[in-house]
Ligand binder design. Sequence first.
Ligand code: NAD
Ligand code: TDX
Length: 343
Amino acid sequence: MTILLTGGAGFIGANFIYFELKNHPEDRIVCLDALTYAGNLTTLAEALKNPNFAFYKVNICDRPAVYEIFEKEQPDAVVNFAAESHVDRSIETPEIFLQTNILGTQVMMDACRRYGTKRYHQVSTDEVYGDLPLDRPELFFTEETPIHTSSPYSASKASADLLVGAYCRTFGLPATISRCSNNYGPYHFPEKLIPLMIANALNDKPLPVYGKGENVRDWLYVEDHCRAIDLILRKGTVGEVYNVGGHNEMRNIDIVKLICRKLGKPESLITFVADRKGHDMRYAIDPSKIHRELGWLPETKFADGLDRTIDWYLTHRDWWETILSGEYRNYYEKMYGNRETLG
Ligand code: NAD
Ligand code: TDX
């Protein structure tokens, strides 16, 4: 079959492309990506050598261009990864999040309707459920947890999810949604916690922890997420939402200390800085539905996944140093340059 995916020059989409080319070499993979600041074609250098892979530089909001690709490629299935994905940026510039994450999703679904695509999958996030309090460790997000968002990013992702549900019910679009917890692994853009801390530590720069670093995230190795999406696409039930998570909750401060230890860097690099506005306290996914119905379980333990990730950043310095030396420098200065330092 032909799988058309969007956002494949970004972190999870690229990992998904490599997962598919390796595990389903019989399938054709078509990637559509606007190559925003987060998209990187060098990430796809190996994939581009594969005759079963095609790349188009296209914005998912550009309806005529998207329709043209559907006309040409006639995909059997679509996976929509493309999104503005960084919470901090959504607080600075919400508009682009609404355009790409909501209107772009609509264009992709309209294309599926027009060309009779047999399956549409929306890659969503646990952030649509809002957050949980730190003193209620027994609480988890299930697929029935009400949508309750905190940031422009999560509100835009939740809006897209609601639109997918509406297209499913009103137009019979054969769609599924996955809501995953925080991913980590190779090709993760260095604006996000784990790669940012690895890159800064390797360069002996301050490690900016927001607030007290007590916020909790549930970390999943990216390949486990890719395997979950692949399973949902091939064996999932149309109309269903699947939560994906690793039962691997960690406080930010503990992750940063662990990275210092693994890299042999002093904890004195850690700097507590002004908190993120509206900062979600805790995310925790209950993944029992995808386990029960599709047999999915995470395979990579956090300690192993983090070692693999650190090794990757050590052996791919060119990849992230090129990013750090470009436009990203202005972003870093804007976000961290004048940020208040806490006690
Ligand atoms: P990313 O920011 O690394 O990559 C996003 C990709 O989408 C980039 O290649 C970018 O060029 C492309 N893109 C952005 N706007 C586009 C547009 N208008 N048209 C076409 N392409 C566009 O993001 P990621 O971390 O790989 O996340 C992928 C998806 O997974 C997103 O939908 C995100 O909401 C979701 N998600 C991410 C995580 C996580 O921990 N990173 C967790 C759960 C869900
Ligand atoms: O410099 C930092 N210091 C810091 O303390 C950064 C960049 C982050 N943090 C904190 C904020 C969060 O509590 O670390 C935690 C993780 O932050 P991010 O890496 O920005 O991820 P998060 O906000 O949790 O969102 C991620 O997971 C859900 C992805 O970016 C989203 O796309 C996904 O939907």
